[in-house]
Design a binder for this molecule. Structure first.
Ligand code: FES
Length: 120
C-alpha cells in the first residue's frame, strides 16, 4: 500500500486514480476520509456538514453519510513534525496528486436549511 507524506497546510485533498480523499477536522481528531460518495461518487467535501447529526449530505443527490462511517473507513494517518503520513489503498496507478481545495463540509458551514445567517 502506498505511504504518502505531505504538508497538510499546503495539501488537504489527495487524488489517487479514481479515488479522492480530504482532510476533515472533528472534535476527536483530524481524519483523511474518502471524498467519493457511496452512492455515485459525488464530492463529499462539497457537501453540507450537519454537526448536530454528525453527517455530511452529498451535494449531488443528498445522500446522508455519517461521520462515523467515514471515520471507520478513514485512511490511517499520523502527524510528525507538521507532516502528515497516510496509507492509501492499493490500486494500479502510482500517481498521487496533492491539492489544496476549499472544504465546504466543515462545522464552520451552516447546516442546509438551517442557515445561521438570515438574509432578508
Ligand atoms: S453521488 Fe452522492 S448522493 Fe448521489
Amino acid at each position: 500500500m502506498p505511504v504518502v507524506k505531505f504538508d497538510p497546510h499546503l495539501s488537504n485533498f489527495l487524488i489517487h486514480d479514481d479515488r479522492r480523499f480530504f482532510l476533515i477536522s472533528l472534535d476527536n481528531g483530524i481524519f483523511l476520509v474518502t471524498d467519493n460518495c457511496p452512492h455515485r461518487g459525488g464530492p463529499l467535501h462539497l457537501g453540507y456538514f450537519d454537526c448536530q447529526k454528525s453527517t455530511i449530505i452529498c451535494p449531488w443527490h443528498e445522500l446522508v453519510v455519517s461521520m462515523n462511517h467515514l471515520q471507520q473507513h478513514a485512511m490511517p494517518l499520523v502527524w510528525r513534525n507538521d507532516i502528515a503520513v497516510a496509507v492509501l489503498p492499493e490500486i494500479k496507478s502510482k500517481s498521487i496528486a496533492f491539492k489544496h481545495r476549499h472544504i465546504l463540509a466543515t462545522s464552520e458551514v451552516s447546516i442546509k436549511g438551517t442557515s445561521s445567517v438570515i438574509v432578508e
